[in-house]
Design a protein around this ligand. Structure first.
Ligand code: HEM
Length: 184
């Protein structure tokens, strides 16, 4: 994954727990990269090792950590560094969800080595839809849930996101039932 993902993870952890904790996590993960370059590509294994080590050291479950990272990504990383992309993604939560299937195509214009997630929407109504998520990377459904909740917060709507079909059950992709309130 691009370095900006590992960089954002580092930023979330140092902000909440300090530099020394991040250094311990990096040591446990056996990652010798001291500073990640946002636009360089790194093996996915580095990210997985950092996430596993962070969960171990912080005493959290991996899905809980990934969920928190999803929220952090939207509310801090993306808001700070990729505001223009977020804005182009839609003016409301609903618009953003409907545009999500094409979102990373725009990201890929800046990051040609991107291996993006795939999203599709079905059963679309005024305040509910099914979100289909496919990825070459296992175990990231809780990350998606954090991203969706973060987007809800960004657009000031109360979101409920229920996992219907789970990739880990062998379905090949994950389906979320997403519903939301009127904007505040
Ligand atoms: C706002 C700016 C965003 C940028 C710049 C961005 C960029 C990226 C990058 C660089 C990766 C790592 C993939 C790679 O390096 O090959 C990634 C992964 C991912 N992104 Fe985004 N993204 C953004 C927003 C979002 C949003 C809003 C969502 C969903 C709601 C999302 C869902 C995901 C997921 C689930 C992954 C994990 C990869 C996978 O499932 O295979 N991203 N994104």
């Amino acid at each position: 994954m691009y370095g900006l993902v590992n960089k954002a993870l580092c930023e979330m952890i140092t902000r909440g727990h300090g530099d020394a904790t991040w250094e311990r996590i990096r040591a446990v993960a056996n990652v010798d990269v001291e500073v990640f370059i946002s636009m360089d590509s790194y093996p996915d294994a580095i990210t997985y090792h950092l996430v596993d080590a962070a969960a171990e050291i912080l005493g959290e479950e991996v899905p809980t950590l990934l969920y928190g990272f999803g929220r952090h990504w939207v509310l801090n990383t993306a808001a700070q560094h990729y505001g223009h992309l977020l804005q182009a993604g839609g003016r409301s939560f609903r618009e953003f969800m409907l545009a999500l299937p094409n979102f990373h195509a725009r990201v890929a214009l800046m990051m040609p080595q991107l291996v993006p997630p795939e999203f599709a929407c079905s059963d679309v109504a005024e305040r509910t839809l099914k979100l289909h998520y496919r990825s070459q990377r296992p175990g990231l459904a809780p990350f998606v849930e954090g991203l969706i909740d973060g987007l809800g917060e960004l657009f000031k709507v109360a979101v409920e996101c229920r996992r219907l079909v789970d990739e880990s059950e062998g379905a090949g992709h994950t389906v979320f039932d997403v519903s939301w309130s009127k904007a505040a």
